[in-house]
Design a binder for this molecule. Structure first.
Ligand code: GLU
Length: 336
């Protein structure tokens, strides 16, 4: 986002709550209309089945911490969650084991390198650096409680379903397609094993990781899952606690620095929200205490982030006062 377009959208401050419902609905409708015609970017094809996605699809969902739902376009269209699962599996593992354990075994620093980088591991003595890149995500999945891979998988599926507030199901075709094309993830897992960073069977762990990436969600689901993190770990629609407020906070901190591949710094600078994207075209962006956005549009930029999704998040974040770093001066009547 540069120049005139960047400044053409009025920046509302984060201070205070979200605007009135009618304003939010009108803003989403305007943004959907505005970016529907944008056809920059390419649909991912390194997992063969992802290339079948219809590039015209575009859905936006905003769910407030208090439970209000605002949606437009293809907000109920299912797609595989892919890398966005990493954020929620991180939270589940921190909750079930401990944040310290994940911090020590995996790390919480940005790699500055592509999501499937082997070099990042080699440069850091086998430490995968964070749970949002593939190596770190595989190491995090390995830490999920469960005596067998089947138990770990069930814990992940049910945990992500609690975040979404509905039973999420696996897309068997996506899983098969990815299993036939994920030699690199298998190599990453073997490399982690060689460094003693995972002690479970590496190929079984990649199998569970691939399943978690093949769960089907909608933009609406992503917004509910994100709004759970925005609401101190309580799902705003089911009102049940999924993770503690501390885990929700730690997850958001990690997403702020590592959620958007190599463009995480640029994203934070422009949009000012912790977020996670995935190669199938989804983005979840979270405004703590306010709510979350879920977007779906499958055309990606070179870093792997949805082109329309990023534009929409930029615009919504500005127009609705979701950028964490945008403040208004407080009234100081007591200062005379
Ligand atoms: N399952 C994908 C992979 O491991 C996820 C990639 C992504 O969404 O960034 O390559």
């Amino acid at each position: 986002m540069v120049g005139a377009e960047r400044e053409s959208i009025t920046q509302r401050a984060f201070t205070g709550g979200l605007p009135a419902d009618a304003f939010i609905d009108a803003t989403l409708a305007d943004i959907h209309r505005r970016y529907l015609g944008l056809d920059d970017g390419e649909v991912a094809d390194y997992i063969p089945i992802l290339a079948e996605a219809d590039p015209s699809r575009f859905g936006l969902s905003l769910i407030e911490s208090a439970g209000a739902v605002h949606e437009i376009g293809d907000a109920d269209l299912e797609f595989s969650i892919q890398s966005i699962s990493k954020a929620f599996v991180f939270a589940l593992v921190c909750q079930a084991r401990s944040t310290e354990l994940v911090h020590e075994r995996v790390g919480v620093n940005n790699t500055g390198l592509p999501f499937n980088s082997v070099m990042a591991i080699e440069l850091n003595d086998g430490k995968p650096l964070n749970s949002m890149v593939n190596a770190g995500a595989i190491a995090t999945t390995a830490l999920m409680p469960g005596a067998t891979s089947a138990e770990k998988w069930e814990n992940i599926r049910s945990g992500l379903s609690r975040f979404a507030g509905r039973q999420l199901r696996l897309d068997g075709r996506v899983y098969q397609s990815e299993m036939e094309a994920n030699q690199r993830n298998k190599a990453l897992a073997r490399l982690l094993e060689s460094y003693g960073r995972i002690i479970t069977d590496p190929l079984d762990t990649v199998d569970v990781y691939t399943r978690q990436c093949s769960l089907l969600v909608t933009a609406h689901d992503l917004a509910v899952m994100g709004a759970t993190l925005a609401d101190g770990g309580i799902n705003p629609l089911t009102r049940s606690r999924v993770v503690s407020a501390e885990v929700a906070r730690d997850t958001l901190a990690l997403l702020a620095s590592c959620g958007m591949y190599e463009n995480s710094g640029e994203w934070l600078f422009e949009i000012g929200l912790p977020a996670k994207s995935g190669v199938s075209g989804g983005i979840v962006a979270i405004a703590p205490g306010k709510g979350a956005l879920g977007t779906y549009s499958p055309r990606l930029d070179s870093a792997g982030n949805s082109v329309r999704g990023q534009r929409a998040c930029f615009h919504i974040s500005r127009a609705l006062g979701m950028n964490l770093f945008a403040s208004n001066a407080v009234e100081r009547p007591w200062k005379g």
